[in-house]
Ligand binder design. Structure first.
Ligand code: ASP
Length: 595
């Protein structure tokens, strides 16, 4: 080894010991005679002192050091004088008086400083990710991520789960996104797909009798990206045989509780056992199927109260089959026009035509002012206050549109107000289960039913009949685990019966030929004795992001892509040479030919 200790290890007890450290120059301070160099590695920072009276040769090396040089220093541990100890450093009670020093590798001046959290553009960080990863925050995130995954592996192993790898080059598994395709060289004009998830394979492993499977699995989805999305991401994927919904919920809830206790012991659960909400309830109350339950601020349905309203925006929305709902901003009646405009901009971004609002002057007399108050009758104002419990000094925000739009807009504004009011305590984890999802949702554009989860999700037994008569009313045996406004996991009990699977494909308008070409292997496997089974997948990136208190998953992925799906460090995706394309029997068309 090139060192006897790490840079995070030495304490007052080591006084007098002769040690060797190796690491990076975090900071160098030249006090003329004395040079102080903070040596950094993954484990911490140790101060080394170069004194020419002690060693002129070492001091000369000390003079040549610059930020991020890789150095090896041999020296004696000594206690710092009482008034010089550094409480912020684990090694702050000691320093190293350097006897010998050696530059193991010099370094160019990095494009941004690494020893503090000074703001740097994300572009620069991603281009020099290997340097960005030297910073303490990202190092902690990587270690946290490792701990989460290591704990999950240990825990599931103890529960008799078997970790099984499934292929990356597969036939497309539909999870609702676009596939990444890989051309086959050996089979011209054929393509593999990268798995959107190991869904079909884990189900086939249940047919194989593996009983309890898991995998820390990489998934690939060619989607438009958002803050919490990446073209490739990691799941804890698991599947179990001979289980029903309760078994899956119980196991995952216990794993979550044990995991948080292990890796985030300082965090508090808002509630255990985790509360359970139906999808309908979550949408109605919070306008979201992944509600942040750290605060209430529930939406109030006013559709009946304003059923005969003379206010066109309300009556128009209701006439078109929409809804009118209310979000109360507690104590926010002093919001300025500008602040309300900001909220309106958010609403418009999400498809609202505008944002109707009013202020509560006096709740006892039902006096409202501003915004749309003049369009409300006294009775309506009274009823709105009674239904919502809004009080004097509150701000009323109305949504009048299709249910989906109103939910998206008021759900988002609820989060915004929660944030502004400081109601989203980062120390609290408000985990909850969302249950009873619809099996299918209507795809307006394509005029067809789409699976809400995926085509292998089982309908609830009592709704089987409705699959043909009233598909929109069929509930699925599906569940999501949410926390603090994030969907952290989702899964379902699967269809294990060939006939029901066929019915599902029919409902999704997947014709016989497609059923055979796409899913023939699944349908066939189900004829060889498929056990009842179900499973779930966690978004590991999101879980770690939430635990680390980071705003997006790029902060917890070692080498993430940008929001536009590019890798700035290696410059992927990139052009390839003609020969590679020829080998793959690919000719570029139209615009793509120009380089
Ligand atoms: N394969 C599903 C997904 O990726 C999870 C599951 O149903 O287990 O969302």
């Amino acid at each position: 080894m090139l060192r006897t200790h790490t840079a995070g290890e030495l304490r007052a007890e080591n006084e007098g010991e002769s040690v060797v450290l190796a690491g990076w120059v975090n900071r160098r301070r030249d006090h003329g005679n004395l040079i102080f160099v903070d040596i950094r590695d993954r484990y911490g920072v140790t101060q080394a002192v170069f004194n020419p009276d002690h060693s002129a040769a070492a001091h000369a090396v000390g003079e040549s050091l610059r930020g991020e040089y890789v150095v090896q220093v041999k020296g004696t541990v000594r206690k710092r004088p009482d008034d010089m100890t550094n409480e912020t450093l684990d090694t702050g009670a000691i320093e190293l008086l350097v006897d010998e020093a050696k530059v193991l590798n010099p370094a160019r001046t990095p494009p941004f400083t690494l020893n503090d959290e000074a703001p740097v553009s994300e572009e620069l960080r991603l281009k020099y990710r290997y340097l960005d990863l030297r910073r303490a925050r990202l190092q902690q995130n990587m270690v946290l991520r490792h701990k989460v995954v290591a704990f999950i592996r240990r825990w599931l192993d103890e529960q008799n789960f078997v970790e099984i790898e499934t292929p990356i080059l597969i036939k497309s598994t539909p999870e609702g996104a676009r596939d990444f395709l890989v051309p086959s060289r050996l089979h011209p004009s054929r393509f593999y797909a990268l798995p959107q998830s190991p869904q079909q394979l884990k189900q086939l492993l249940m047919v194989s009798g593996m009983d309890r499977y898991f995998q820390i699995a990489r998934c690939f989805r060619d989607e438009d990206l958002r803050g919490d999305r990446q073209p490739e991401f990691t799941q804890l994927d698991l599947e179990m045989s001979f289980v029903d919904t309760e078994d899956i919920l119980a196991l995952n809830e216990q794993l979550t509780i044990d995991l948080v206790h292990e890796v985030m012991p300082e965090k508090r659960f808002l509630q255990t056992p985790f509360p359970r909400l139906s999808y309908d309830e979550a949408m109605a109350r919070y306008g979201s199927d992944k509600p942040d339950l750290r605060f209430e601020m529930a939406l109030v349905d006013l559709s009946e109260i304003v059923a005969h309203s003379t206010f066109r925006v309300f009556s128009g929305a209701l006439a078109e089959g929409g809804v009118v709902k209310l979000l109360v901003g507690p104590g926010l009646a002093d919001y300025s026009r500008k602040q309300i405009d900001e909220l309106e901009a958010i609403a418009k971004d999400l498809g609202a035509k505008g944002l109707a609002w009013a202020k509560v002057d006096d709740a006892t007399t039902a006096t409202l002012s501003g915004g749309i108050s003049k369009f409300l009758s006294d009775e309506e104002s009274r009823a709105i206050l009674d239904a919502s419990g809004a009080e004097g000094g509150d701000l009323l925000l109305f949504g009048a549109d299709r249910f989906e739009t109103v939910s998206a807009v008021l759900g988002r504004l609820r989060l915004e107000l929660g944030e502004r009011l400081g109601l989203r305590d980062p120390e609290v984890f408000a985990y909850a289960w969302i249950l009873n999802f619809p099996l299918v949702e209507w795809n307006e554009e394509q005029a067809r039913w789409d699976a809400m989860h995926h085509p292998f999700t089982s309908p609830q037994d009592e709704d089987l009949e409705k699959m043909t008569s009233d598909p929109g009313a069929v509930r699925a045996k599906a569940y999501d685990l949410v926390a603090n406004g994030w969907e952290l996991a989702g899964g379902s009990i699967r269809i294990h019966n060939r006939e029901v699977q066929r019915k599902m494909f029919d409902l999704l308008n997947i014709d016989d030929t497609h059923q055979q070409t796409q899913f023939g292997h699944m349908l066939e496997a189900f004829e060889y004795g498929a056990p009842p089974h179900g499973g779930i997948a966690w978004g590991i990136d999101r879980v770690v992001m939430l635990y680390a208190g980071e705003p997006n998953i790029r902060e917890v992925i070692a080498f993430p892509k940008t929001a536009a799906g590019t890798d700035l460090m290696t410059a992927a995706p990139s052009h390839v040479d003609e020969q590679q394309l020829a080998d793959l029997h690919i000719a570029l068309a139209g615009k793509a030919v120009k380089r």
